[in-house]
Design a protein around this ligand. Structure first.
Ligand code: SF4
Length: 411
């Protein structure tokens, strides 16, 4: 069972509940194999006096068959299974809350860390396109975020800490597992088709953990995902974009949100450190690294549509100018307001007019469907709500304990 988490179940329907993670108990000092890359696992087995190929076998059990009990790993000798049982574990973060929307969107709040820990969220969005059915998982890389973009619910929570590789890949593991819980082990298969590192946090500020998690996503012994289907989205940490270009081949997205420095300084403050000219040049270098690779033919530009702020005709014209030498696809995101948000969502007509200007100039420009509105799909929102409920439940428990203490002393 998961560590004790109190989340009120009032107003939650049967698909929207506090839950316990199905994975093994956390035992102190056991090594968690979930976040280990192939190289790390090979070294681990060599240090145990075992052959390196055990790494691949165990990775398949973990990441392709979603098995957490060593006893089920039938191609591993009984002796080694016993040894692993004693010193290792396979543990995804605890699920403390999950919402499954009517439109197929799924959202989880995970507790990471010991004791009270911290909350992070992950959302899965299904879609159909010409390549077939997609299930795209938006993964968090940090607890909170230090960059404080003015339209972002996560930014308002401040930065707490980086996630570990096990906590990052654990989100992908759990999302896949959520479709496999009832399926016999031999028939299990990976369900999530696409990953975007675009949840809570700035992934390039947790570089090493994010890199090793993405390596697992691409590894044929783990998730074996196509590099076109793994996207890292950054608000623009320029030196790390250059490092990423050297270290791994994945698709790149930029949280742009403004077409000029003055406005971007306000919406995405890291722009003061790495202004637009530097950011666009870094994107060009990223694509130039190996422009023939399918993952590097274009950059995706994310642009949240804020009513009266960045959605005017002149902004569309400025965006055209800014991107004229950068192969890019533009994704317009209708803003999903959160409590006390200083912005509103642009009108549908405004968004369509903005899209037309960009499309007429030859850009592929899509409007993100608003999905999962019934489960608060804006990044950082659900965590805030679950934390509030948890706090209220804790306050209530304290109050009951105080009253019991008063009754005891009076009695
Ligand atoms: S938009 Fe991304 S980078 Fe900006 S505060 Fe939110 S999580 Fe951080």
């Amino acid at each position: 069972m998961s560590s004790a988490v109190v989340v009120s179940s009032e107003n939650l329907d049967e698909k929207q509940q506090s839950v316990s993670t199905p994975v093994v108990h956390a035992v102190e000092k056991k090594v968690n194999l979930l976040g280990m890359s192939r190289a790390e696992l090979e070294k681990f087995f060599e240090d145990l006096g075992e052959k390196k190929f055990r790494a691949g076998q165990v990775m398949k059990w973990i990441h392709q068959y979603f098995v957490t009990d060593f006893a089920e790993m039938s191609n591993i000798s009984g002796k080694l299974r016993e040894k692993l049982e004693k010193i290792c574990e396979i543990k995804a973060p605890d699920v403390v809350h999950r919402n499954y929307s009517k439109d197929g969107t799924r959202k989880w709040v995970f507790r990471v860390g010991d004791g009270e820990g911290s909350l992070v969220e992950t959302v899965l969005i299904p879609a159909e396109d010409k390549t077939g059915a997609r299930k795209t998982l938006c993964i968090s890389s940090q607890v909170g975020c230090a960059l404080d973009c003015s339209f972002c619910s996560t930014g308002k929570q401040g930065f707490q800490r980086d996630l570990t590789p096990a906590e990052i890949i654990g989100q992908l593991w759990m999302a896949n597992y959520s479709y496999m819980e009832e399926v016999p082990v031999a028939e299990r298969e990976r369900t999530v088709t696409n990953v975007v590192m675009m949840g809570m946090g700035e992934p390039l500020l947790n570089y090493d953990a994010v890199l090793s998690s993405m390596q697992l996503m691409l590894d044929d012994f783990a998730y074996g995902m196509s590099k076109r289907r793994v996207t890292l989205s950054t608000s623009g940490v320029v030196p790390k974009i250059d490092q990423l270009a050297q270290d791994i081949d994945v698709a790149l997205a930029i949280s742009l949100h403004a077409p000029n420095d003055e406005l971007r300084n306000e919406l995405v403050p890291i722009n003061k450190k790495y202004p637009l000219q530097q950011l666009i040049a870094a994107c060009q270098r990223y694509l130039a690294k190996d422009g023939n690779e399918s993952s590097r033919r274009h950059v995706t530009i994310e642009y949240v549509m804020l009513d009266g702020v960045n959605d005017k005709p002149e902004h569309a014209q400025q965006l055209l100018k800014l991107l004229k030498n950068l192969p890019s696809k533009i994704n317009l995101i209708p803003f999903n307001p959160f409590p006390h948000a200083p912005y509103g969502r642009s009108s549908r007509n405004r968004i369509i007019a903005f899209q037309k200007t960009l499309s007429d100039a030859g850009f592929v420009c899509t409007i993100r469907q608003t999905r999962g509105d019934d489960i608060d799909a804006a990044c950082g929102q659900l965590v805030g709500q679950v934390a509030d409920r948890t706090r209220r439940a804790e306050q209530w428990k304290k109050k009951v304990a105080q009253q019991q203490e008063i009754l005891r002393t009076q009695g």
